[in-house]
Design a protein around this ligand. Structure first.
Ligand code: MG
Length: 376
């Protein structure tokens, strides 16, 4: 290996130790995490399916083609109905007069996958041809309709948020073929009558985006204009019986991460929520200092300061760094890495105004580094 590469690797190994924590911009008023923060939890591993459209490892399956999954996961909405939906050839089929089907699982924000097929035998026109519907939380309908060759009012098309927004395009296959919906749903959130989030639907029909973060505006109604409103906390998925034998298969969903307005800690937060999370992260880091001493302890304390502006911690950092720097000054040999790590961290804290600039500890450490020729 040539000398240049060796040197690069050497410096990378030194600085990668501290750079993880004293690297990107620190937490601020509305962000509890630093930029590139290694204290953030690692994303959970999910095993994707072998075939696109099949459920990944963390999906909750509502219908897999078996009668068992139908009985386990669904119930009829109307207890006085005369007929039932049926499962045949691994398909779930809507039966006229059976009424809507609702999932036993209640949930809200989700990624939903559902495949449907309108009857091959064309009967009726407009809203009467291959009509069903996917009701998120039982409240807002993504329309199912055979519009392959069947005009109707656009806000009632397949892929529309019914009564609210037409699909961008008509990406349907002919009736009898499987149509695929991939839906991302966010429920509306209102607090004290104030809209914090209107709620939204993003819909892919056969891989083509037809709704792009469409505001729900109350979720949509038949003939009436819906108004923004709160939804319940959770609700069932509802499949509509609109009198046409529409078929379904491969139904699954995954829950989405919480938005900041619901207590999520990713993204821009309120200053109260950000501060709360910062205190929690600081405590976790401070707890780790219990089992450490020397430079490891010092770096953890400095790291905690990035989250929590605490005079006591600042004083401990001051005293401990003073002691360690004195030791390095006395016995510089073999302490080059430590000196550089502390210096880099101190400069970071200074740069972000977490400690005073030109602090005596930083100044004396800089002098040692220069004197020993470590700055090169
Ligand atoms: Mg419908």
């Amino acid at each position: 290996m040539n000398l240049f590469i060796t040197l690069i690797l050497f410096f990378f190994s030194i600085f990668s130790i501290t750079s993880a924590q004293f690297y990107g911009d620190p937490p601020d008023e509305t962000h509890p995490w630093a930029v590139h923060d290694n204290n953030r939890p690692q994303p959970m591993k999910v095993k994707p399916s072998a075939l696109p459209g099949d459920p990944p490892s963390d999906a909750i399956i509502l219908f897999d083609g078996t009668k068992n999954s139908f009985f386990k996961n669904w119930e009829h909405e109307n207890p006085r109905r005369k007929k039932n939906w049926i499962v045949r050839n691994q398909r779930l089929i809507s039966v006229k007069g059976a009424g809507s089907l609702i999932s036993k699982a209640k949930f809200a924000d989700c990624q939903l996958h559902i495949e449907w097929s309108a009857p091959m035998k064309i009967v009726g026109s407009g809203q009467g041809r291959g009509n069903s519907g996917v009701f998120l939380m039982g409240e807002t309908e993504v329309q199912i309709l055979d519009n392959y060759n069947n005009p109707t009012y656009p806000d009632g098309f397949a892929g529309s948020v019914y009564g609210v927004m037409p699909p961008m395009v008509n990406a349907l296959k002919p009736p009898g073929e499987w149509q695929i919906y991939d839906i991302i749903f966010r429920r509306p959130v209102l607090k004290d009558g104030k809209i914090l989030d209107e709620g939204s639907l993003t819909v892919f029909l056969n891989g083509v985006v037809v709704q792009d973060n469409t505001p729900l505006e109350g979720g949509g109604l038949h003939k009436k204009r819906s108004k923004s409103r709160a939804f319940p906390i959770v609700g069932p998925l509802k499949l509509q019986d609109h009198g046409n034998p529409v078929q379904f298969r491969n139904i699954w969903y995954r829950e989405l991460r919480k938005r900041p307005i619901e207590g999520g800690t990713d993204g821009a937060l309120s200053s109260t929520a950000s501060n709360e999370k910062r205190m929690e992260i600081a405590e976790t880091i401070l707890n780790k200092t219990q089992n450490e001493d020397g430079i490891k302890k010092l770096l953890l304390l400095m790291e905690a300061l990035c989250y929590k502006n605490d005079d006591e911690v600042r004083l401990t950092v001051h005293r401990l760094s003073e002691k360690i720097i004195m030791d390095i000054k006395k016995y510089p040999e073999g302490n080059e890495n430590d000196a550089k790590q502390i210096y880099q961290a101190l400069k970071y804290l200074e740069r972000h105004k977490i400690v005073d600039t030109e602090h005596p500890n930083t100044v004396s450490l800089k002098k040692i580094i220069e004197k020993e020729g470590w700055a090169k």
